[in-house]
Ligand binder design. Structure first.
Ligand code: AMP
Ligand code: ZN
Length: 466
């Protein structure tokens, strides 16, 4: 089998070979935890999960590192404005530390609901302040920094190839000069360390050789990827918005400190967009996974929707498409559940499926192969065994699904989904409260291995499906 991946650095499909035999280092920029993740953010994590699963299919052992940005990401990418964490704190009345904890937990619960594989390492920016200070000190020693009244900045004029990942047009940037530079010497320079305001105390601040303050947003990823992988590793991922600023700056820092451009492959997931508007976490105007489950949609139906579009194409979200994904997943589950185990795989179909996923993760075409198997005239045991061979990449938990014996109304299903999320987040009080709400609606819940099972309470008159 040969795997080809699209590399943003070279703007081309490249055959993938690992830097060390059989091992892959994969770093994925994680969430900024000042609010819930929106379904656009989650699309990017589904793409990265599929990448990881396809690497495993090719026999690689993947060391997968995901960071949690809990400090330093300012409202504007141009190093201006408030820290998103402090803004979140003002919005909710809870401390920046409390909201970091709250939204990290919520994020992990979405992560589980989407059946994303657990990373090898989760790392928080605030747990790695010392590493970031050491990194900045090295940049200073190498002559890449300058200090102003409000912080320590990276001097991008020191690198001729600054912004190559984004094919940045330096001449255009200079001529336009429309970007607010504040204390910086030029628009592309960026903060490594920002000072706390002289007249107030920030909720999150640390001492440093330059003064009390907090790290800029980009330094955490350079410092933590070097610590948990190395300064030169296999694949770095994120959403397409990261190409121009965040990833260009990560590369600039690592090049100035370690002389590498961080990763051999750079991969970017394209955006999920809403029909009418751009979804924005900072506007507070967005859809969460929970907004979908409240409508009775299974989180794995959202995963299915993500698989049905190539990660390098925009996905326009609408509820009709989501309902269609739910219907397709239901059909697949029912077909699968009706097939007995004990068959052997159809090697031809498996080879075709693997060839599709190995061609830059072409999941839409791979799903078409799945449906060919479903509709084929292969013996049903063979169909099951063959789909089982696809499941490690699809991650749709087909074998865990069991047909409900009763017709579950959408509002009851939505309550049950909420309870599943509460359980995933270990929020037992909320899970008990929802059990009572379900009971009042006439349904009892049992918790089993494959998730919870609903059945009507005696006396409700609900009939079992025939
Ligand atoms: P953030 O929490 O804003 O730091 O973003 C977390 C991840 O979601 C990053 O990899 C972003 O590039 C990605 N992202 C942000 N908005 C979208 C969107 N609308 N569609 C897909 N990915 C997104
Ligand atoms: Zn990053």
């Amino acid at each position: 089998m040969s795997l080809a991946l699209y590399d943003t650095w070279s703007r081309a499909l490249r055959p993938f070979t690992a830097l060390q035999p059989s091992h892959v280092g994969l770093y994925c920029c994680g969430p900024t935890v000042y609010d819930h993740a929106h379904i656009g953010n989650l699309r990017t994590y589904v793409f990265e999960d599929v990448l990881r699963r396809v690497l495993a299919l090719n026999g690689y052992e993947v060391r997968h590192v995901v960071n949690i940005t809990d400090v330093g990401h300012l409202v504007s990418d141009a190093d201006e404005g408030e820290d998103k964490m402090e803004k979140g704190s003002r919005r909710t009345g809870a401390s920046a530390w409390e909201i970091a904890e709250r939204y990290t937990r919520a994020f992990m619960s979405d992560w589980q609901a989407l059946n994303l594989l657990e990373p090898t390492v989760w790392c928080r920016a605030t747990d790695h302040i010392a590493e970031q200070i050491t990194f900045i000190a090295e940049l200073e020693r190498n002559g890449y920094t300058y200090q102003t009244n409000d912080g320590v900045y990276f001097d991008t004029s020191r690198q001729d190839d600054y912004g190559y990942l984004a094919r940045l047009d330096h001449a255009g940037l200079q001529a336009g000069k429309r970007v607010a530079v504040g204390e910086k010497r030029r628009a592309t320079d960026f903060a490594l360390w920002k000072f706390s305001p002289p007249d107030s105390t920030r909720q999150m601040e640390w001492d440093s050789p330059w003064g009390r303050g907090f790290p800029g947003w980009h330094i955490e990823c350079s410092a933590m990827s070097a610590k948990y992988l190395s300064p030169w590793f296999d694949i770095h991922c994120g959403g397409e918005d990261h190409i121009a600023v965040h990833h260009s700056n990560e590369i600039a820092q690592t090049q100035a400190c370690h002389g590498t451009r961080l990763a051999n492959f750079w991969m970017h997931g394209h955006f999920l967009t809403l029909d009418a508007a751009k979804m924005s976490k900072s506007d507070g105007d967005f859809l969460r996974l929970q907004s979908l489950t409240e409508r009775g949609i299974d989180p794995l139906a959202y995963r299915y929707l993500c698989l049905s579009a190539h990660y390098r194409s925009k996905l326009r979200f609408n509820h009709e498409a989501l309902d269609a994904a739910q219907a397709a997943l239901d059909r697949l589950r029912k077909a699968y559940a009706s097939w007995p185990a004990g068959g052997t795989v159809d090697a031809g179909f498996v080879a075709r499926f693997n060839a599709e996923v190995n061609q830059d993760l072409n999941l839409p075409r791979a799903l078409a192969v799945v449906w060919e198997v479903v509709r084929s005239d292969l013996p049903v045991e063979t169909r099951r065994a063959t789909v089982d061979a696809f499941e490690p990449v699809l991650g749709l938990r087909l074998a865990d699904w069991h047909a409900e014996a009763f017709e579950i109304p959408a509002d009851v299903a939505a309550l049950a989904q909420q309870r599943e999320r509460a359980r995933a987040a270990k929020d037992w009080a909320e899970s008990d409260r929802l059990r009572e709400t379900l009971k009042a609606a006439g349904w009892q819940v049992e918790d089993g291995v494959g998730g919870q099972r609903l059945s009507p309470l005696a006396g409700t008159g609900i009939q079992e499906r025939s």
